[in-house]
Design a binder for this molecule. Structure first.
Ligand code: PEP
Ligand code: MN
Length: 340
């Protein structure tokens, strides 16, 4: 349920309604709309009569929210959420470009790629230190050693860094070195992990599960937000379908659906969606064209010898060229991406 206050409602009026909500055993989620305050009622509202709020002078409208997610819902927070991250921010008029290798492999590899993507205008550096691999025999990541290298790359380039955590015990050490935590597709419904990152104050990049519906995706965001962390960025990275030509099927319409249903920023990962390097630029353009808040792409200086996902990684030169076309395209969505 959301309660839209009248423009002229005073802070005493708002407080009075908040107390009334809390007396019903519910929590209040306050958001400032363009011209009024919106109070979200979080909890079991099924037996609450909307009339008890409608009779109040200061209340403009009371609406029931049908969706099972509340904090993530646009009804609760009509304006787009913008999340600050170091030197940049995600959402609003910014086009975010997260770039870097799939996995941190060694110092030279990471620093070479980090400087290249920074030079071309990337806004955030990515790199996996804990890698979720289908085979237990594949490279599993450098773990804390990888985190230290990410910090080195951050110090060198000034770029904020995002990396994935796969378990609760990896959160503490990871948060010492990086700026944003990634929850990978395979963990989108690891509810204990979602609750744990929800207790931190770090922005969380939440990737859509391999077979998750949009509602399940938003419910996963709700888990993080319900634990106290509202800094969630969603990432559409392709879903499993019957198609085998591409690694996954990029659900580009999910960007539009999420934009309608939620106020959270959403970016697109064309690398994991397609599994093919030559699809990365056209799919990135598609993402920008539909209004995504950014992209996350894998870049490698030597894809043929990459320890993971070489086939979907673009080379730095390709990345530079792509950035120029994305910067031009961003304008049609009133977004800015600065490239030199
Ligand atoms: C990744 O971004 O490194 C990754 C493993 O992606 P996903 O969880 O989307 O498969
Ligand atoms: Mn990868």
């Amino acid at each position: 349920m959301v309660i839209i206050m009248k423009k002229q409602a005073s802070s005493e009026d708002i407080n009075h309604i908040k107390v009334k909500i809390e007396k019903l055993g519910c929590k209040v989620h306050t958001s400032e709309g363009e011209s009024c305050i919106i109070l979200g009622v979080v909890g079991d509202t099924s037996s609450i009569d909307t009339g008890i709020f409608e009779v109040e002078e200061s209340v403009d409208k009371v609406m029931r929210v049908q969706s099972p997610y509340k904090r993530a819902s646009r009804a609760f927070h009509p304006s787009d959420t913008v999340i600050n991250l170091g030197t940049t921010s995600i959402g609003g008029n910014n086009l975010t470009v997260i770039a870097g290798p799939c996995a941190v492999e060694n110092e030279t590899q990471l620093l070479t790629i980090a400087s290249a993507v920074k030079k071309s205008g990337a806004t955030i550096l990515r790199g996996g230190a804990f890698k979720p691999r289908t085979s237990p025999y594949s490279f599993q990541g450098l773990k804390e050693e990888g985190l230290k290298l990410l910090k080195k790359a951050k110090d060198l380039t000034g770029l904020p860094v995002v990396t994935e955590v796969m378990s609760i015990d990896q959160i503490e050490v990871t948060s010492k070195y990086v700026d944003m935590i990634q929850i990978g597709a395979r963990n989108m419904q690891n509810f204990e992990l979602l609750k744990a990152v929800g207790k931190t104050d770090m922005p969380v990049l939440l990737k859509r599960g391999l077979s998750a519906t949009i509602e399940e995706f938003l419910m996963a965001a709700e888990y993080i937000m319900a634990s106290g962390n509202e800094k969630v960025i969603l990432c559409e990275r392709g879903i499993r379908t019957y198609e085998t030509y591409t690694r996954n099927t990029l659900d580009i319409s999910a960007v539009l659906a999420v934009k309608k249903l939620s106020h959270l920023p959403i970016i697109v990962d064309p690398s994991h969606a397609s599994g093919r390097w030559w699809m990365v630029e056209p799919l990135s353009k598609a993402a920008v064209a539909v209004g995504a808040d950014g992209i996350a792409v894998e870049v490698h200086n030597d894809p043929a010898n990459a320890l993971s996902d070489g086939e979907q990684s673009i080379k730095p030169e390709k990345f530079t060229a792509m950035m120029h076309s994305l910067s031009d395209l961003a304008k049609i969505q009133n977004k800015t991406l600065k490239v030199d």
